[in-house]
Design a binder for this molecule. Structure first.
Ligand code: SF4
Length: 439
């Protein structure tokens, strides 16, 4: 193996993985390595993988497998992320050319593992079941200079029957409030205006650490006091843990955006039971109504899975009608795909791909119509926009988001990036509001 001077990281999956990539990139840069955009220029290749959907896993396996067949040079190859946790050393059988497997709970150990690989020239697997270490988030190498992700809890204890996360990422482990506050203070001092608190279920924050006496809403109240922090978002949530205190915090804390991820998954009580979601449609709806009563301006986002084993047409209609009634601001719709290692794998994946696609398209069309009506309702209103970047599609236009996660473009100069602007909406396109800055 030659001397390792450059590295390339490919990230699959969610924001948690993106943040883990930033942390690993920071560690490697601190070690003196240079990040390259072309994998062919790299001495070290890391694939930060995802196991949530079969497609994500097949993509990563295919990509890494192809590298092995082409491997006529001595780059070090590592696999990290959920696939590493799920498959552990068995990955060496499928991908004999890789050099290390590093679990999501072990990324703090990346440099040691790399040293061991280089010194011993043997394959190394480091995949702990439980997360027990403080990661160097302050050293993360972040591309975005306006918005930052901040991890507050890792793992999940909910065990939804379709999901691999509790098995790949392990049980919930909350980070200490002091360490989160310190990181957010530093990010804010460095000019970041918006932070998104990340976790598989952020609403569970602090339940595993009663000694800190700091639950999720308590943390939000402390973060809101940080001078210069304009916006706080969080994802993802489990409806069962969305408390009255959290709803009140969304209403009362100026920096906390009134856009909340509130994933329904299905509108059928039987399917929700089969999914082990721990609520039924009535309980979910009660919380939605309570939230809208406490804070009428709140906008909700959802995830829905269609074609869960045995889902009938009538049960899908229940989901469709719930989406119609609740009128989410954003909807992410997925076709069920069985995942090895989950309880749902024991049920036959009996809904055909064709039916799943029809159900998906009906939901997407419905959400498009709802979103279009919502954009239309915003005509001639003035919204607060955090300016994020130059629009790549339109000349001399800037792009940003409202507090409720709507895309807005408007004329402006790059010096406004990172500032909050008031923008008057005069028109809209398929996905975007179009406006003009007002003083
Ligand atoms: S709440 Fe359910 S879907 Fe979300 S990470 Fe946990 S087990 Fe998976």
């Amino acid at each position: 193996m030659k001397n390792v001077k450059t590295f390339f990281i490919k990230t699959y999956g969610c924001q948690m993985n993106e943040l883990d990539t930033d942390v690993m990139a920071g560690m490697l840069k601190n070690r003196g390595l240079f990040q390259v955009a072309d994998e062919n220029d790299a001495d070290l290749l890391i694939f930060n993988t995802c196991s949530i959907r079969d497609l994500a896993e097949r993509k990563a396996m295919g990509k890494i497998g192809r590298l092995g067949r082409m491997k006529n040079r001595d780059a070090v190859i590592g696999v990290t992320g959920c696939m590493a946790n799920a498959k552990k050393e068995s990955l060496f059988n499928k991908l004999p050319h890789i050099d290390f497997v590093l679990g999501t709970n072990n990324i703090h150990d990346l440099n040691n593992v790399l040293d061991d690989v280089l010194a011993t020239k043997t394959q190394i697997n480091r995949t702990d079941g439980r997360f027990e270490h403080e990661i160097d988030y302050l050293g993360a190498s972040r591309e975005d200079k306006v918005k930052a992700h901040v991890s507050i809890i890792r793992g999940c204890d909910k065990f939804c029957t379709y999901c691999v996360v509790p098995y790949t990422r392990g049980p919930e482990v909350s980070r200490s409030p002091q360490s989160i506050l310190e990181e957010v203070k530093q990010l804010t001092q460095n000019g970041y205006k918006e932070i998104t608190l990340l976790g598989q279920n952020v609403n569970s924050y602090g339940k595993d650490t009663p000694e800190t006496n700091c639950l999720f809403h308590d943390l939000l109240y402390q973060l809101d006091k940080i001078p210069g922090l304009e916006r706080i978002r969080f994802m993802t949530s489990h409806p069962i843990d969305i408390s009255t205190e959290l709803m009140t915090a969304v209403r009362d804390l100026p920096s906390l955006c009134e856009f909340v991820h509130f994933p329904l998954q299905s509108g059928s009580a039987r399917i929700l039971r089969k999914m082990h979601r721990m609520y039924n449609p009535e309980q979910y709806m009660e919380k939605v109504l309570q939230f809208k009563e406490i804070h009428p301006a709140v906008v909700l986002g959802t995830d829905i899975i269609v074609g869960f084993p045995t889902e009938t047409d009538e049960e899908f209609e229940m989901t469709f009608n719930a989406v119609k009634e609740i009128r989410y601001g954003v909807g992410f719709f997925f076709a069920y795909s069985p995942r090895k290692g989950t309880p749902a794998i024991r049920w036959q994946d009996d809904i055909s791909e064709e039916v799943k696609q029809v159900r998906l398209q009906r939901l997407s069309k419905l959400q498009d119509e709802i979103s279009k009506e919502q954009r239309s309702d915003m005509l001639d209103t003035t919204v607060e926009v955090l300016v994020e970047k130059i629009s790549i599609k339109e000349d001399h236009m800037l792009k940003g988001r409202t507090r409720c996660w709507k895309n807005v473009i408007f004329p402006g100069t790059p010096d406004l990036i990172g500032t909050l602007q008031r923008v008057r909406i005069h028109s809209y396109s398929h996905q975007t509001l179009i406006g003009k800055i007002v003083n």
